[in-house]
Design a protein around this ligand. Structure first.
Ligand code: SF4
Length: 335
């Protein structure tokens, strides 16, 4: 770990038991939503976490915030020089740390209480955690963060139904940031918005990051969205990481066949480059029944016998470039 590490995850596992009786009267198995992940998030960066629906990326975000309990591994968080083992802290103690770790939800329609005014929605984390000495201080902080999120202060007395999707997402962002967090998980935070509004919200998140020295884990299924905001990108598939690299490097020269397939689906602006999306066969496997060996072998166009029998190691291929593929070097020049 380096001095600029904010979060370090080692061997993270999140398994969910399947209800019902198995063949011999035992449990019916488990869903391996996250299965042995190592990840480091640096202060002030945006780490993009991408993958298809069902890859486990949302579960990683929730495990880091302790919104779901991890089954194994460690999650360490550094705050004001103190190292906190998040899996070891009790529920009550965790409530105290929550103000430093926040979540911006995907759906700005569903995540706002329709019976609360915008002022009360934004003030909720301050009041719930007793972070202010007076109502006046709450109001000041609500107005300050609302202004930073470019909300009209006249609108604080209104109810969420009066607002568009983009404005509602600004309210969600203000609510997440009002407690001065260090770390924010943005879970598909622009996916429900129109493309033009997506750009506005991404720009706002980037501005707020600079102003408030925030660190983001930006979860998305759409790589083109991540390209706008991430410093580094991690690619996830059936509960495991396939590749992790600086964003520019990953977009210019992906090493893993799965990353290549995801990138091929982004339309090119350059008319000289042909647009040939690579269609992967079949569906993403069920995490309750993961394939043997490399999890991607059932859809990988380069799979061989070794891939079916032996799980590839998570290994370093460049200064900050990690890949899980037996044949990554050999496949570098293949499309
Ligand atoms: Fe494809 Fe084999 Fe590499 Fe897995 S290990 S990505 S199946 S070539």
């Amino acid at each position: 770990m380096s001095a600029d590490t904010l979060i370090k995850v080692e061997g993270l596992k999140v398994y969910f038991p399947i209800a019902g009786k198995g063949l011999f009267g035992g449990g019916a198995g488990e869903v391996r939503a996250v299965d042995d992940i190592n990840l480091e998030i640096k202060k002030g960066e945006t780490l993009g976490l991408v993958g298809e629906s069902g890859s486990g990326k949302t579960t990683v975000g929730r495990a880091l915030l302790r919104a779901v309990d991890a089954t194994g591994g460690t999650i360490r968080f550094w705050h004001q020089g103190e190292e906190i083992d998040l899996r070891a802290v009790g529920k009550r103690e965790m409530r105290g740390y929550r103000r430093y770790m926040q979540l911006i939800f995907q759906d700005p329609y569903a995540s706002l209480n329709p019976r609360m005014t915008v002022r009360d929605i934004i003030a909720e984390p301050l009041e719930a955690q007793g972070l202010c000495k007076s109502k006046k201080e709450v109001d000041e902080r609500v107005r300050a963060i609302a202004a930073r999120c470019k909300l009209n202060l006249e609108h604080l007395r209104r109810f969420p139904h009066a607002f568009s999707g983009g404005q509602r997402q600004r309210i969600c962002i203000a609510r997440a940031l009002v407690s001065n967090p260090d770390f924010v998980v943005c879970d598909e935070s622009v996916s429900a918005l129109d493309v033009s509004i997506q750009a506005e919200i991404l720009n706002l998140l980037a501005d707020l990051q600079k102003e408030l020295q925030l660190t983001y884990l930006f979860i998305a299924h759409d790589l083109s969205v991540v390209a706008h905001i991430a410093d580094r990108v991690a690619v996830m598939y059936v509960g495991q990481l396939m590749e992790l690299a600086p964003a520019k490097e990953l977009f210019a020269r992906p090493h893993h066949p799965y990353s290549k397939a995801l990138l091929s689906a982004i339309p090119r602006i350059d008319p000289d480059k042909s647009f040939k999306p690579q269609k992967l066969p079949g569906e993403i496997p069920n995490p309750a029944n993961v394939p043997t060996g490399c999890r991607f072998h059932t859809r990988c166009p380069h799979a061989r016998d070794r891939c079916r029998n032996e799980a590839p190691a998570w290994r370093r291929m460049g200064e900050e470039h990690y890949v899980a593929c037996h044949f990554a070097e050999e496949l570098l020049e293949t499309p």
